[in-house]
Ligand binder design. Structure first.
Ligand code: ADP
Ligand code: SF4
Length: 698
């Protein structure tokens, strides 16, 4: 690989996936193929228009026939601050959106926009306007404020805002404009749902009445579009709540039948967001929504798009041939591999970078930062660092590189340096490649982590300029003897066994015989004996995963955490609810907001973090999930033995974090190696600056 683009081969005539590349008419517009990037959050929104445009354009370049925005607020009463979604409050928002349209269309794709009013999901913290809903109801966003029940004038106003947004979306150049009634985040869905809509006027009660607002928005959008743009309806056909919510084969079907011919395109999924974007841990299968959505196309006869973490082209072809979907919708698969369509077109299926369903991408929206991806380290970096997922600058010299450690960071670094054309040696202490990706994949629900390693190993094994050695734990002497020009240390980190973490900055004393267990020993296959106590002072995903994993083989599992809920970080990646429920169902005893005070023979002394009487819990086996220590012994030895050797530490050895942080670190190091000053290097990236008036106007 010499840094040239390698994705421009034509489709072979015998391509058995040709059906996926047929054009699809959507109302007045034509999608060039069946690959459809559905609207998805990205943490860029109205604050980062250049980053957003470049990211969406990369999908279009990679072959997605339709590329949509994330949700786009239509009015300051739908203000999702501090989250950065798109905005089309008025004409002033048009230029930022036009930029995305222009860049997407430059690749021959259609551009779609998902207009939204979020009702009582919008806290309006920036605009400070009252929130709106079908009924008087608490805001659903952790802010002690009520949304007010809309009167007739409010409904008229909402329709007018929507009409204006359609007009402005059309002016921005969009081909597909959405009416959005999904994810439990939209006022239209709230009107559809008897749970929220308890009105007694013509907008409440019967299905016809509850559907009225959506119908009006669709009809008016069609009127404003005037045959120039397609109008899509994104609808949650099932709320995954059983009788308490909309069900696909009851209300869901009735709504679809009622509105069947109005939209030019049906974009259907299940609600709410965590159910739609369900992580692989709780739904390992591709196409999990197919059963719920399969009636839509048959009922409406209209083009239909649906999602389900689709990566397999065989399944895609089947769904089209079976008349379930016309367009293959994707958010996460398009994030993990923006070039998925082109790879299928060119028969390079084994090169597809598969989404592992970890939802770190979604966590960025929750955290209000630009999107990132465990599998695709270039995601979100298209504009600010100029990274392309399929192109990397060729090598600058014939220097040789040694990478020590083949976890996610070492593998990614080796892969990118290999693509650049360097002579790369990758040495791994264990018999298998993959590091923590392999270890974590052995825990309950995390098997897809292994793909982080598998995808990279597959490509590395094709490279003549990369040599891989397993069972090779290198000492400082080995490294020096190797005589290479540059060393990357990707030696990872280990979990601490002494309880040092957020709450205890010093080791817990007197761990006695209980020191053996850590997450690392469980990943190596140790099966603990009853009763087991997991102490989570880390607050990431590991504590909850371990409890779930161990509860599958032990009867007496106690989970103690200093946090107020189990695994609080996972609120961001949409898993928390599933995790805590899973532990409750498995019979795990849960103590939240509780700290370990001390360890006594056979038991632990616990106390609520806010005070109160200490209490004791029996515990022969104690597994602290607290902090990690970078493996830097080799670095320290090398500093002594060969201080002049260019050594760079990457991944968990530099900063223990998520697997996504490791792949990013490996990628950044590989791109930065021998980079020109003009090139983007470590710590250097572009920022979008607010435009200020000339000084005189201050
Ligand atoms: P990261 O997430 O940064 O990739 P991991 O912990 O997943 O970190 O991977 C680190 C890898 O480095 C492990 O597979 C480990 O076996 C390997 N390793 C650690 N020290 C050495 C060493 N001295 N020689 C070779 N491999 C090593
Ligand atoms: Fe898939 Fe994880 Fe990447 Fe999201 S972050 S696209 S879930 S691999």
């Amino acid at each position: 690989m010499d840094g040239r683009p390698f994705y421009l081969c034509p489709m072979s005539k015998s391509n058995s996936y040709a059906i996926l590349f047929e054009p699809v008419k959507i109302g007045p517009v034509v999608a060039p193929n069946r690959f459809y990037q559905v609207p998805h959050a990205c943490g860029m929104g109205h604050l980062r228009p250049q980053a957003h445009s470049a990211m969406r354009a990369m999908k279009a370049e990679g072959g997605w026939g339709v590329v949509c925005t994330e949700e786009c607020e239509i009015h300051p009463t739908s203000d999702l601050s501090p989250y950065s979604e798109q905005r089309l409050w008025d004409e002033k928002d048009i230029p930022a959106l036009s930029l995305m349209v222009e860049k997407v269309k430059a690749h021959g794709s259609l551009a779609g926009i998902e207009l939204v009013h979020n009702g009582h999901m919008a806290p309006n913290l920036f605009s400070r306007l009252p929130a709106l809903a079908p009924l008087d109801i608490q805001l659903d966003v952790g802010y002690p404020k009520m949304a007010r029940a809309m009167d007739k004038q409010d409904i008229k106003d909402l329709r007018a805002w929507h009409r204006r947004a359609v007009k402005n979306a059309k002016a921005a150049g969009f081909d597909i404009i959405y009416v959005y009634a999904g994810h439990n985040m939209t006022i239209t869905q709230h009107f559809l749902s008897p749970r929220y809509n308890q009105r007694t006027d013509e907008y409440g009660g019967s299905l016809e009445n509850r559907t009225r607002l959506t119908r009006e928005l669709l009809e008016e959008a069609q009127e404003m579009a005037a045959g120039d743009c397609a109008i899509a309806l994104r609808l949650a056909v099932d709320e995954r709540m059983g009788e308490d919510g909309i069900q696909a084969h009851e209300d869901g079907r009735a709504i679809v039948e009622h509105l069947a011919k109005l939209p030019d395109l049906w974009d259907v999924n299940v609600s709410d967001w965590p159910n739609d974007t369900i992580s692989a841990r709780f739904e390992p299968n591709e196409g999990a929504q197919v059963e719920a959505m399969s009636f839509v196309k048959k009922t409406t006869g209209k083009p239909t798009v649906g999602v389900g973490r689709f990566t397999s082209p065989d399944l895609m072809v089947k769904l089209v041939k079976d008349g379930v979907l016309d367009l293959i919708g994707a958010a996460r698969p398009s994030i993990a591999d923006p070039f998925l369509p082109n790879k299928i077109r060119e028969g390079r299926i084994e090169e597809i970078r598969e989404c592992i369903g970890c939802n770190i991408c979604a966590s960025c929206d929750s955290l209000g930062v630009p999107i990132r991806c465990t599998q695709n380290p270039t995601m979100g970096e298209e504009w600010r660092r100029g990274w392309h997922p399929e192109i990397i600058q060729p090598k600058k010299s014939d220097k040789s590189v040694l990478i020590v450690g083949a976890g996610p960071s070492g593998l990614e670094c080796a892969l990118q340096l290999g693509r650049r054309g360097y002579q790369v040696t990758l040495a791994e202490a264990s018999k298998d490649l993959g590091g923590r990706a392999l270890g974590e994949s052995k825990l309950k629900g995390l098997s897809s982590c292994k793909r982080v390693a598998d995808n990279r190993i597959h490509e590395l094994q094709q490279m003549a300029n990369v040599s891989i050695y397993t069972n090779s734990r290198l000492s400082a002497e080995d490294v020096v003897e190797f005589d290479c020009d540059k060393v990357f240390l990707a030696t990872g980190a280990k979990w601490r066994s002494d309880g040092t973490g957020r709450t205890h900055n010093f080791p817990l004393t007197d761990l006695g015989g209980m020191r053996d267990s850590t997450p690392d020993t469980i990943m190596l296959g140790r099966i603990p004996s009853d009763p087991v106590m997991i102490y989570d002072d880390d607050h990431g995903y590991m504590g909850g995963v371990l409890a779930d994993h161990i509860a599958a083989c032990c009867n007496d599992v106690t989970f103690v955490t200093t946090a107020p809920v189990v695994s609080p970080f996972t609120i961001n990646n949409l898993e928390q609810d599933f995790i805590q429920r899973s532990l409750v169902e498995a019979g795990v005893k849960i103590y939240v907001s509780t700290q370990v005070l001390s360890l006594k023979p056979g038991c632990l002394e616990l106390q609520n973090v806010y005070g109160g009487e200490p209490f004791e819990v029996a515990c022969p086996e104690f597994i602290p999930v607290s902090a990690r220590t970078p493996n830097l012994e080799l670095k320290r030895e090398l500093d002594k033995l060969a201080p002049e050797l260019p050594v760079e530490v990457i991944g968990d050895a530099l900063m223990p974090g998520l697997i996504a942080d490791s792949t990013f670190s490996g990628h950044l190091a590989a791109r930065s190696y021998e980079a020109d000053e003009t090139e983007i290097e470590t710590g250097k990236f572009m920022r979008e600056m607010p435009s200020l008036p000339p000084k005189a106007n201050f």
